[in-house]
Write a protein that binds this ligand. Structure first.
Ligand code: ADP
Ligand code: ADP
Ligand code: ZN
Length: 215
């Protein structure tokens, strides 16, 4: 089962990915998490990615597609994978399709989580996450049991730099201009599944689960 999770920043992609992988044992591949780990390690990739992430821009397609191409050919992706935050441009979607064709695979479902902009801004301003296990929390909607500490692994919870100030507005603009047009791309392939994401995360997940089980 090869799945894509789409939606603007703050729609709940990471949150739904956690729920999906607990029910369907396929690897969760988040390009945002891959880049943030690289930034924290100070690697060459991290230094390059940081230039774009800090201002809310997209990391160039060549860098991003090469990472995903390499990742989906690994053995743990044989039974399927869950892509979160990739593709974000038409060029990325085309490169992904080309890689999948080479592997004799295809996308089974592109889940689009739809949330109004005001709610996205509210969610992003309260987002905190675990740098170790990547679990996502929200100061208002989904706080951890103990303040500042991850329920799952006990590590410190941090706010992302790009969830502050005007970077949020820039990311929403980049989404509208570069990523939203991709919905038509997957609609044309007949794999687009739109979902109302302003409800509670368990309600959203129930719809996704039902759809995945029907595949
Ligand atoms: P994305 O990966 O699409 O940017 P996240 O999963 O990180 O989104 O969610 C953004 C923020 O909104 C997080 O703080 C998360 O806890 C919260 N959140 C996610 N889904 C919901 C929901 N259905 N209702 C309320 N808050 C949510
Ligand atoms: P969000 O969960 O808020 O949608 P992500 O964690 O997916 O954000 O991405 C954070 C940042 O990492 C993006 O603003 C962008 O700079 C970079 N990034 C992540 N995925 C991609 C991608 N597919 N193409 C280009 N840049 C990306
Ligand atoms: Zn954790």
């Amino acid at each position: 089962m090869n799945i894509i999770l789409m939606g603007p920043p703050g729609a709940g992609k990471g949150t739904q990915a956690e729920l999906i992988k607990a029910r369907f044992p396929i690897p969760h591949i988040s390009t945002g998490d891959i880049f943030r780990d690289a930034v924290n390690q100070g690697s060459e990739l991290g230094q390059e990615a940081q230039k774009y992430m800090s201002s809310g821009q997209l990391v160039p397609d060549e860098i991003t597609t090469a990472i995903v191409k390499e990742r989906i050919t690994q053995a743990d992706c044989e039974q399927g994978f869950l892509l979160d935050g990739f593709p974000r441009t038409t060029a990325q979607a085309q490169a992904l399709d080309q890689s999948l064709t080479e592997l004799g695979k295809k996308i089974d479902l592109a889940v689009n989580i739809d949330v109004p902009t005001e709610l996205l801004i509210e969610r992003l301003s309260g987002r905190i996450s675990c740098q170790e296990c990547k679990r996502v929390y929200n100061l208002n909607f989904n706080p951890p049991r103990e303040q500042g500490k991850c329920d799952s692994c006990g590590s410190e919870l941090v706010q992302r730099n790009d969830d502050r100030g005007e970077t949020v507005a820039k990311r929403l603009e980049v989404y509208s201009q570069q990523t939203r047009p991709l919905l038509q791309y997957y609609e044309a392939q007949g794999v687009l599944f739109n979902i109302e994401g302003s409800r509670g995360s368990n309600q959203v997940f129930a719809d996704i689960q039902e759809k995945l089980e029907s595949l």
